[in-house]
Design a binder for this molecule. Structure first.
Ligand code: ADP
Length: 374
């Protein structure tokens, strides 16, 4: 069986690290000739996954086509499906998710909880008579990622910051915690829901410090988060692996922020901490194998290794020797040759028997490891 993946970044690379243990051939389509999957030379095609003809050409000799990034040509996937290829996630699901406006409408139509919103085509549609109340969130319908394309407009004076593009205008959620839930579903309709993961914020810097699994939540809330995630995934009526990003509000309500129809940054720790990882689930979904056991084995945390702000150029990882001494610490570098400020260059997973033990190690990692350039 030949499997083609659109995108050849770190998610594809971690997928391959597991998938190569199975009897299938995996191929990647990626524009960046030195991207994380370029190391799989015979299985790597340089090309633009946004281009109709390139995707069609890439898919023609594959049995299954999937993604590790959403920003791909959906029309080509539709055509490949017509030609009899298995396309996961289904093109309709992908089309909805690629556009935050369609995505929000989808939640509303399916009675899934999400922050109140409306859509605009340009900034002039927001006039004092549209009865908006400040603050509100503006999200570009297409093209945003990693928080780029999301901004809070606090008051009337800030209205001149508004982007003049089709956007979702959303109420600011009173967030207690940001959570995520990975869900896998195969073509037989079998479904697995991973334990809830929580983003632990650095209160001083107001940045995500690390991800922790399973989330520190009471049982009922964890159950509710998993239940909403499962319902959301079932509403798309397609096999796939999904990451459901949630807001737990201070009043204990849970809202869906957005869904990624692919493996996700917040599931990296499943490689070490769960019986079957999100990458292994993806492989099972693409080949319609039984999904098996995804239970959590241990507490785990994941800290991203991000390019330091003052450095751009050939990457150097400082301090790795100090942390590989620690037990339960696993390094994942993505093989990117060039570091840039804020670029995700790798991550470190820490497993352990308590949150305290893990937290100490996380602080050691953060104070010792630096991603800089030569
Ligand atoms: P992206 O798709 O770029 O990751 P998100 O829609 O996930 O963008 O938003 C990025 C971050 O912005 C979220 O993780 C959250 O911290 C904040 N955010 C998004 N929507 C809201 C909201 N309605 N209320 C409060 N904060 C929000």
């Amino acid at each position: 069986m030949k499997i083609g993946i659109l995108g050849g970044g770190q998610l594809g690379r971690m997928f391959m690290q597991n998938a190569m243990n199975y009897p299938y051939e995996i191929f990647f389509l990626e524009p960046d000739i030195s991207g994380p999957c370029s190391i799989f030379k015979n299985y790597f095609t340089q090309g633009d996954f946004k281009d109709y003809h390139t995707v069609l050409e890439f898919g023609k000799d594959k049995d299954v086509v999937s993604i590790e990034i959403e920003n791909v040509n959906v029309e080509a996937l539709r055509e490949l499906e017509k030609q009899g290829k298995i396309v996961i996630p289904g093109p309709n699901c992908l089309e909805i998710i690629k556009d935050k406006g369609l995505q929000k409408n989808f939640y509303k139509e399916n009675h899934l909880p999400t922050a109140n919103f409306f859509l605009i085509d340009n900034k002039d549609e927001l006039t004092p008579s549209s009865a908006i109340s400040y603050p509100f969130v503006q999200k570009l319908r297409v093209g945003g990622y990693d928080g780029k394309g999301v901004q809070v407009i606090k008051n009337e004076e800030e209205m001149n910051k508004m982007w003049d593009e089709p956007s979702v205008i959303e109420e600011v959620a009173d967030i207690a915690k940001e959570l995520s839930v990975i869900v896998s579903k195969n073509a037989n309709g079998e479904v697995k829901v991973f334990d809830v993961v929580e983003m632990v914020f650095d209160q001083k810097l107001n940045l995500v410090d690390y991800l922790f699994s399973p989330a520190d939540l009471d049982k009922d809330l964890a159950h509710k988060a998993k239940d909403i995630s499962l319902k959301a995934v079932e509403a798309f009526h397609t096999p796939g692996i999904f990451c459901v990003e949630l807001f737990l509000l201070k009043n204990n309500e849970i809202l869906i922020n957005e869904i990624a129809p692919r493996v996700h940054n917040s599931g990296h720790q499943t490689i070490e901490a769960n019986y079957s990882s999100q990458y292994d689930q993806m492989l099972r979904v693409l080949t319609n194998l039984p999904l098996g056991d995804i239970a959590t084995k241990e507490y785990a945390a994941m800290v991203n290794l991000i390019g330091e702000s003052a450095y751009e150029g050939e990457v150097v990882y400082q301090g790795l020797d100090k942390i590989v001494k620690l037990s339960g610490v696993y390094i994942h570098l993505y093989g990117k040759k060039i570091t840039k400020p804020g670029r995700k260059m790798g991550h470190v997973t820490v497993v352990g028997t308590s949150k305290d033990e893990i937290e100490n190690k996380i602080q050691e990692i953060k104070s010792n490891v630096k991603v800089i350039s030569k």
